[in-house]
Design a protein around this ligand. Structure first.
Ligand code: DC
Length: 221
């Protein structure tokens, strides 16, 4: 057996993409997955789904144990077009202002992260790999990923991108929410957003999606 052969099981190909909101993760991950013939998972949608389920069940956000129970018992189905939580189509609501404001609180709870981490790993194992994007994919969920990517962009451009997606909110509101969420996601105690030391860092401020994807495919060789 050669030195780099896998000792057990078929080889999984995992690509981990992390970065703050509006850095281009979802669009880049989706297009990269298409180009590589892999499936794609938006792990932020999983955290948003737990926040949605907690609100639907009227659970107090300050009650961490109850939120962990929501994470453990909620049925979250995410595919290319829809997010269904406990049988309810939550595709639009998980992107709405209420969920967006509460999701950092939910994502800071270590028990919630543990439950979702197990689901994220299982998702990749079931598919023989995939492209996963989030905040802790390269640092915590798949530290041995085949390629780790960290995307960034200026805070102005990130807020402009998000404001373009959420037409009901003005730029200032989106920029303020984004700054608050960045601060919460980067300073929390458990799995804060950070760049893995061996991640490929791309600043997407002035790049198109295809330019970013081309750079990543070139890195993969
Ligand atoms: O990517 P997004 O904005 O949809 O993510 C929603 C929130 O979920 C974000 O504020 C941080 C959290 N999150 C996380 O903590 N870990 C991940 N792997 C993905 C998202």
């Amino acid at each position: 057996m050669s030195a780099d052969a896998e000792p057990t099981g078929p080889r999984m190909r995992v690509i981990a993409i992390d970065g703050p909101a509006g850095s281009g993760k979802s669009t880049v991950a989706r297009r990269l997955a298409e180009r590589l013939g892999l499936e794609y998972l938006d792990t932020g949608a999983m955290y948003r789904s737990v926040a949605f389920a907690a609100m639907a069940r009227e659970v107090d956000l300050a009650d961490s144990d109850a939120i962990v129970e929501v994470a453990r018992t909620s049925d979250i189905r995410i595919d290319d077009t829809a997010v269904v939580v406990d049988g309810v189509d939550a595709t639009t609501q998980i992107r709405g202002p209420e969920v967006t404001r509460s999701v950092s609180t939910v994502a800071a709870i270590s028990g919630v992260r543990e439950v979702l981490r197990v689901r994220q790993r299982a998702w990749a194992v079931e598919r023989g790999g995939g492209v996963l994007e989030g905040r802790d994919i390269g640092t915590v969920v798949f530290p041995d990923a085949d390629m780790k990517v960290y995307l960034s962009a200026s805070s102005e451009v990130r807020a402009e991108r998000r404001a373009g997606e959420v037409s009901a909110l003005d730029y200032e509101t989106v920029a303020a929410d984004l700054a608050a969420r960045d601060a919460a996601d980067s300073t929390r105690q458990h799995d804060p957003l950070s760049q893995a030391s061996d991640a490929v860092h791309i600043d997407t401020t002035r790049l198109s999606v295809d330019e970013v994807v081309d750079k990543l495919i070139a890195r993969l060789g």
